[in-house]
Design a protein around this ligand. Structure first.
Ligand code: AMP
Ligand code: ZN
Ligand code: FE
Ligand code: FE
Length: 288
C-alpha cells in the first residue's frame, strides 16, 4: 500500500448507541477513506451480519464489541470498557454474559427513568426503548429523551452532573474485568482496554490494575482517543511499551450522538497486524 492504511478500530452503530445502522456505518467508513473499520457495539454482536452484508469494496471489517466491565478492587467498583476483537460469537459463556449485561442495562435504564419521573421529569421508558430500536440500551438513549423533553440541548449537557453524569447516574451489573479478559481470550478474541485514562468521564483505574490485566491476557491499550489529553495519551503509550502491549487509536464514532468523526484517530498497521495475528475466533472480512 503506497498511502498509509487508515485503520479505525472502535465504532458504534444502532446495534447499540450509535445513530447509523451497521450497513450505513460501513458505507460511511468507506466514504471517510478508511481501509479498515472495527464495529464495536456495546455488549452485542447484532450488527455484525448486516455490516458484512453491506461491506463496500476496498474496506476490511473487524468484527468486535465493547464490553461493559467493572473492577472490584476499588470501593465502590470502577466501571471500564474492554474492546474485544475477532472473537467467536458463538462462544456460549460469552454469549450468556453479553445477554446478561444487556438485561442489566435495561434494568438500570428503567431505574434511572423512575428516578427522573419521581422528580417530575417527563420521560417514558417505552419511548426510550423505542428509540433504541432493539439495540443495546444506554444512557445516550435516555439523553435523547431529555433532549426531546426540552430539558437539555445536547447529549454532552445530558451527561453533565445535574443529569446522567452524576445526579441520575446509577451503576449497572457489569462483567468483572478479569472474567471478561478470560472469556474473550477463551473465545479466540483479542482484548484491548478502551480509553483507559479518560478521567473526564469518571474515575479511572490505577496502572497496577493494567499490569495485572496484562498478565491475565490483556493484549492492548487504546491511547489515541477523544477523551484522552495529550499527556494521557503519552502515559498510555509509555505503559504499553513497558508491558509489551499493543497500542490503538480510534474515533469511538457514535454518529450524531457525539461530535467525533470516523477516522479522527487511527491505529498503526503494525498494531493492527498484531491483533489479527493473535485472533483465533473469526477473521477480518473484506468484500470480494
Ligand atoms: P452507558 O453505556 O449506558 O453507561 O453509557 C455510556 C455511553 O454514553 C458511552 O459509551 C458514550 O457513548 C456515552 N457517553 C459517556 N459520557 C459521555 C459524555 N460526557 N458525553 C456524551 N456521551 C457520553
Ligand atoms: Zn457508547
Ligand atoms: Fe467506551
Ligand atoms: Fe465506545
Amino acid at each position: 500500500m503506497s498511502v498509509p492504511a487508515r485503520i479505525d478500530l472502535h465504532t458504534h452503530s444502532t446495534a447499540s448507541d450509535g445513530t447509523l445502522g451497521p450497513a450505513e456505518l460501513v458505507g460511511a467508513a468507506a466514504g471517510a477513506g478508511l481501509d479498515v473499520v472495527a464495529l464495536t457495539d456495546h455488549d452485542t454482536t447484532a450488527g455484525w451480519a448486516p455490516a458484512v452484508a453491506a461491506l463496500p469494496p476496498g474496506l476490511t471489517l473487524i468484527r468486535g464489541a465493547e464490553l461493559s466491565c467493572r473492577w472490584f478492587g476499588a470501593e465502590p467498583a470502577i466501571p471500564l470498557h474492554l474492546l474485544a476483537y475477532l472473537f467467536d460469537p458463538g462462544s456460549p459463556e460469552l454469549v450468556a454474559e453479553l445477554a446478561r449485561v444487556r438485561r442489566a442495562r435495561e434494568e438500570r435504564g428503567e431505574r434511572i427513568v423512575r428516578l427522573l419521573q419521581a422528580d417530575g421529569i417527563p420521560v417514558s421508558w417505552s419511548a426510550i426503548l423505542a428509540g433504541a430500536a432493539g439495540g443495546t440500551v444506554g444512557r445516550p438513549h435516555i439523553a435523547q429523551a431529555l433532549i426531546r423533553a426540552g430539558l437539555v440541548a445536547t447529549t454532552t449537557e445530558a451527561f453533565g452532573p445535574d443529569w446522567l453524569g452524576e445526579r441520575y447516574r446509577l451503576p449497572k451489573d457489569d462483567i468483572d474485568v478479569f472474567r471478561a479478559v478470560a472469556l474473550v481470550r477463551a473465545a479466540g478474541g483479542v482484548p484491548v482496554f478502551a480509553h483507559p485514562r479518560a478521567s473526564r468521564r469518571g474515575r479511572i483505574v490505577p496502572d497496577e490494575l493494567i499490569v495485572e490485566l496484562a498478565a491475565a491476557g490483556l493484549a492492548g491499550l487504546e491511547a489515541d482517543h477523544e477523551d484522552h489529553s495529550p499527556a494521557e495519551r503519552e502515559h498510555v503509550r509509555r505503559l504499553a511499551a513497558e508491558l509489551d502491549l499493543l497500542v490503538t487509536g480510534s474515533s469511538d464514532f457514535h454518529g450524531t450522538h457525539k461530535t467525533v468523526r470516523l477516522g479522527a484517530h487511527t491505529t498503526s498497521p503494525e498494531a493492527y497486524e498484531r491483533i489479527v495475528g493473535l485472533a483465533r475466533g473469526v477473521t477480518p472480512v473484506a468484500s470480494g
